[in-house]
Design a protein around this ligand. Sequence first.
Ligand code: SPQ
Length: 431
Amino acid sequence: MELLQNQRGLKGTLHVPADKSISHRSIMFGALADGTTTIKNFLRAEDCLSTLHAFEKLGVLIEDDGETLTVHGKGKKGLTATTEAINVGNSGTTIRLMMGILAGQPFETTLYGDASLNKRPMNRVMVPLRQMGAELSGANDTEFPPITIRGTDELQPIHYEMPVASAQVKSAILFAALQTKGTSTIIEKEPSRNHTEEMIRQFGGQIDVEGKKITLTGPQTLTGQTVVVPGDISSAAFFLVAGAIVPDSEIILSNVGVNPTRTGILEVMEAMGADIETLSSDPVNQAADLKIKHSTLKATTISGAIIPRLIDELPIIALLATQAQGTTIIKDAEELKVKETNRIDATAEELRKMGAKIEATEDGLIIHGPTPLHGAEVSSRGDHRIGMMLQVAALIADGRCKLDNPEAVAISYPHFFADIENLIEGAGING
Ligand code: SPQ
């Protein structure tokens, strides 16, 4: 597909699509709770629909009136076995969190995904869940999907020091811990997104968090709730960067989720000199309206504890750094290698095709700027975030850009290209 170009400024207001992480979890908590859960502003993108269909296969009734989803909760032990293996597509969140849920259900389930998901590491979740008493196995004795989970009613609590900073690993253990008898403790390597912890409380459960230490005593009974999903800062990120690098841009992003475990990108952009203004904020729903304008940018170093707070934004931050004065260094981000693609290599190799001065390192990227970008034939490599990053890069490129496999953006943002087009026309408003 030919990518959209524009050097004249993006203008308008964009209602950011719903948060992917919270949408997945809203179905999961709704399914495990007693009573009904109403989900407003659920993200109807491929990954979250994989979660929805997976729970339907496990016997959960989910009604959709086109606007609101109603999940008829099955309670702690109400999921039903299916002999059919469940396809969770491209979604790491679906497979890993479901492994934690199914560890406590006394039947066998097999989960698998597409070619990308079937190469992503699962030992990080299988190791603690086996310690808790569940039986899990990967394809041909590897750690890769299809994963078969033989759950148990007798799941044991765990004390676990996490070897990776990962919200998915933490969440899988928490879902399992909710189903044990006794107290589990998790020590995080670095704090990661805390939506699971927040939703345990929202659904009437109890959890204690003190710095990196999380304590939860099971078994717990959850109660259905109304969940209003805020916009996804990881989707907003593409427009924050587009607004900052396309001259004469001024974009208002409404309803951006600003949970502090997700806002690393705002801190980095501010440190780089971006012009971001908070127009209004809604502390109850952790959402804000943000205005971004084009500005000159300077390089920075991104490392350590902030990495899990912006992990999915690193490809688009790398593009931002190509337009900043000086050398930007991203380190401690080796987790990027085990996402939908190796995002260190994909970011460096695809942006280099457009003229960027960017090197991959063992745990990150080194980017020299500012560098003008030129047209090229690039590929999403089947990774939604790489595809969207390349579209934003094309906006400022001199010459035409063609993107291979643009469909990948539908994993998290089906209307992405239409939203860019609207902002180019200055009409930028979407549904
Ligand atoms: O679900 P999936 O495929 O793992 O999605 C990604 C993404 O870019 O959308 C990562 F590839 O987001 C993860 C994120 O990187 C979503 C997530 C969550 O909802 O808990 C946590 C992060 O993964 P991890 O492995 O660091 O816990």
